[in-house]
Design a protein around this ligand. Structure first.
Ligand code: F6R
Length: 241
């Protein structure tokens, strides 16, 4: 694992965006795996700024996101589809049909998981997968105990994960209880992985990721078996490493 230290959130976002932009420019047909949440927001702002100022094009780029809440339609401001459209896709020249997220309001959720996994297979590997990390080590919504062999599946969200995400919702009871997530094996199929972390709340998780053994109770540790992982973390997230 290659670790790139950053001073703070802004510096982490800048370094990650710079790395992504270079790859997009050298491979304008690439497939990007994307994440939601507070961590990648600054990266997306930088991608938009660069697109407007330097014209980096996303016309032939395909994206696949990690996860989506079950029960939220795409127009719900708390859905991940809404987050991605309003926070990134609507500001780029990307073709909406080439942006993929699991459908959280699908009639048949198990069939939706199969459709999504097949879609990832049909794309013949994600070139670069962007990841955040949960305080309990989750990646995507793969909570502790998820088999490293898992593919796209339904998860019951841990209370700690629901609480961490409650800040976006009116009240705790509005936070969905389930989500669809790419599995750990689906994530590991990516050619390259870029994991971002910022803030002291992520310090213990980053320490365990860097120093711990691969262990299904700590999902991010699956990345230890991948040959091309870069972590960009700020000082606070690296403070215990
Ligand atoms: C979201 C996702 C999650 C987040 C994680 C950290 O698509 O995959 O694993 O990356 O929950 O969330 P933030 O960035 O909000 O701290």
């Amino acid at each position: 694992m290659n670790i790139i230290p950053a001073a703070d959130y802004q510096d982490m976002s800048h370094k990650a965006a710079h790395l992504m932009i270079e790859k997009i420019r050298s491979n304008p047909d690439m497939t990007l795996g994307l994440a939601t949440g507070s961590t990648p927001k600054g990266v997306y702002d930088e991608l938009i700024k660069d697109h407007m100022e330097n014209g980096t094009s996303y016309k032939r780029i395909t994206t696949v996101n990690l996860d989506e809440y079950i029960g939220l339609p795409p127009f719900d401001p708390n859905s991940y589809r809404y987050f991605m459209n309003s926070g990134l896709f609507n500001h780029l020249d990307i073709q909406q049909v080439n942006t993929h997220l699991p459908k959280g309001d699908a009639d048949d959720i198990n069939q939706e998981c199969q459709r999504y996994e097949q879609l990832i297979k049909d794309l013949v590997d994600i070139d670069l997968q962007l990841l955040g990390i949960g305080q309990n080590g989750h990646i995507g919504f793969n909570e502790p105990g998820t088999p490293f062999t898992s593919r796209t599946h339904v998860v019951k969200l841990e209370e700690s994960t629901r609480k961490a995400n409650a800040r976006f919702f009116e009240s705790m009871d509005k936070v969905p209880t389930h989500a669809i997530t790419m599995g750990i094996a689906s994530i590991l199929d990516s050619r390259e992985i870029l994991l971002l972390a910022s803030g002291s709340a992520k310090a213990e998780a980053i320490t365990q990721l860097v120093h711990g053994e691969a262990n299904e109770q700590f999902p991010a540790s699956a990345l230890k078996v991948h040959s091309n992982v870069t972590i960009i973390a700020d000082e606070a997230a690296l403070s215990l490493v």
